[in-house]
Design a protein around this ligand. Structure first.
Ligand code: TEU
Ligand code: CA
Length: 546
């Protein structure tokens, strides 16, 4: 199946819409707002996990994959959402967290009793206290192993200590996971997103990493392609939309994950382009984004995947990333312009675009001024780590302000009413003050809003095969802040220019510009001449060859 003309909208349930006044978003909240999503004309909704969970990582710590956490609703609510979405022609994508389970999952609880059958569902290693089997570091900070005194063993957790890694080497584990897929398929689910799925194949021998944090031993591991093929084949997922979240991956592996001939997944998320503001690759060291590197990485991935039949999931934002307009744009002086420019860039690249809730409004980072406002386990851990490293509270807060995952998790801004119209009660996490201006109600009433601009981009994808299926090639890139590319299919050609700076720039094309018409852009008119284009701050234009 080809998903090139589709657009996916990601919903972080806890923050989307609260229907019952407890301050937490839920399934009924989504059903209530399907009309809004219909106006945007998205094809699929990716719902972040709503399964039974202690919610230490907001649902990425699953206690029971086959039941719904009461905080999010009931099975009936889900069935109703599936049915109503279906009436609108919208399919649901569920988030499968198969690298690990919550330590409250019944499998882990049985393992803790010393039952060898269930201990083999996880990765337990013999050991003594204070001597973890390897020096690997958890993605959320601290050691990746936890000691269980009464078993004299350590278990592996690449994420939080309450998220124990599953042992995919064990065929019984793989069978259990297939059952989960089959269960949700028969509920009418149309696709799946697989959480950190390129980390599922662990090495045979566990050794210390003296060069890094351990990831090179388990990222795109030796059996990962085999596992994915088996999972897809045995659950007949071939025609569904399947997207893998690939942590620290490579183009070569993503080609294999997403090339239809391999019968693994439909597409991949990769993250290299979202590390261009990490100083020396370190997320918690701030740096202004290196746009030259951003362009180089996107170019490498776009061409690499195209030449070898791979398919990208395109995105700037998700529930783990700060807001793109605050990060790569200017969320004050040029907020609408830069939000639209980022939209053009993403939606015109080759791949399937993903919109994260609120991105279509140009929602910004949270601007929290105190650690007590933060909820995310990773942010809270790293706050302590930053203090321990000698940063002042103010410095640590500044880092979190730019990097925390909570920047994406503030409530969806529906209106200028109290709590942004998200809930009648105090929400579990507060919205930034700017909800009074930045909200759905205001966006729908403004013809020139970011929202309506997104809708135009989606329409363009539906109307023009060049956008959905065209080849991509890149133009003159020497001008650091301008990203320029062509999309071509048969006789049609589109030229896309994006200015990533707050400066007016002359783009010296070296490309004959005489035969192009203005198609869409984020400024009302465009100054195109035969050999020169003047791009205003954060201007983006799509030109069509005549
Ligand atoms: O995220 C995987 C992941 O590694 C990150 O995006 C992570 O948040 C970041 O690298 C930390 O610096 C997935 C989910 O999207 C995330 O919400 C979960 O917390 C994580 O897996 C564990 O399930
Ligand atoms: Ca609720």
């Amino acid at each position: 199946m080809n998903f090139s003309d589709k657009v996916v909208y990601q919903i972080y349930i806890k923050s989307f819409k609260d229907s019952n006044g407890d301050g937490i978003g839920d399934l009924r909240g989504i059903t209530e707002r399907l009309d809004y999503l219909k106006i945007l004309t998205v094809d699929y909704l990716w719902l972040t996990p709503f399964f039974s969970s202690p919610l230490n990582d907001n649902g990425y710590d699953v206690r029971d994959y086959l039941s719904i956490d009461p905080i999010f609703g009931t099975m009936q609510d889900l069935e109703e959402l599936v049915a109503k979405a279906d009436e609108q022609g919208i399919g649901l994508i569920l988030d499968m967290v198969f690298n690990h389970t919550s330590t409250e999952h019944k499998w882990f609880l049985r393992a803790l009793t010393g039952d060898p059958e269930y201990m083999d569902y996880y990765i337990f290693k013999d050991g003594i206290p204070d001597m973890p089997p390897t020096n690997w570091v958890s993605k959320f900070g601290g050691p990746a192993w936890e000691y269980i005194p009464h078993l004299n063993k350590w278990y592996l957790h690449l994420f939080d200590v309450t998220q124990a890694d599953l042992n995919w080497e064990n065929p019984k584990v793989r069978e259990e996971l297939k059952k989960i897929i089959r269960f949700w398929k028969q509920k009418g689910i149309k696709g799946f997103r697989f959480d950190v799925v390129n980390l599922i194949s662990k090495p045979q021998v566990f050794e210390n990493d003296f060069k890094g944090d351990g990831r090179r031993f388990y990222t795109d591991g030796t059996r990962v392609h085999e596992y994915l093929k088996e999972l897809v084949r045995d659950t007949q997922m071939e025609d569904m939309l399947t997207v893998g979240e690939m942590s620290s991956t490579s183009v070569e592996n993503c080609i294999r994950y997403s090339n239809p001939d391999e019968k693994e997944l439909s597409m991949c998320f990769s993250f290299h382009h979202l590390k261009v503001d990490y100083k020396d690759g370190e997320k918690w060291d701030l740096m202004t984004p290196d746009i030259g590197q951003l362009k180089a990485l996107l170019t490498e991935w776009q061409l690499g995947m195209q030449e070898n039949g791979g398919w990208n999931a395109l995105f700037w934002c998700n529930h783990d990333q700060p807001r793109a307009v605050s990060r790569f744009g200017d969320d004050k002086k040029y907020r609408p312009e830069s939000a639209k420019m980022l939209a053009v860039c993403e939606h015109m690249l080759r791949g399937t675009p993903y919109i994260f809730q609120g991105e279509e409004l140009g929602m910004t980072n949270a601007n929290f001024t105190d650690i007590s406002y933060y909820r995310d386990v990773e942010s809270r851990n790293y706050y302590q780590i930053l203090l321990a490293k000698g940063k002042t509270q103010a410095e640590a807060l500044m880092v979190l302000g730019a990097r925390s995952r909570d920047n994406a998790r503030t409530p969806m801004q529906w209106s200028d009413e109290v709590y942004a119209g998200f809930s009648e009660a105090a929400p579990w996490i507060l919205p930034p003050d700017n909800y009074k201006d930045i909200n759905v109600k205001a966006a729908l009433n403004d013809d020139d809003s970011i929202f309506w601009f997104y809708r135009k981009l989606i329409r363009l994808r539906k109307e023009k095969k060049t956008v959905s299926e065209g080849r991509i090639s890149f133009l003159y890139q020497e001008q650091k802040d301008v990203f320029a590319f062509l999309r071509t299919a048969q006789e049609e050609e589109l030229l896309v220019l994006c200015n990533f700076s707050d400066q007016e720039l002359k783009w010296a094309a070296g490309h004959d510009m005489s035969n192009y018409n203005y198609l869409l852009g984020n400024y009302e008119d465009s100054s195109i001449s035969a050999d020169k284009i003047v791009l205003r701050p954060y201007e983006a234009v799509i030109l069509e060859r005549v």
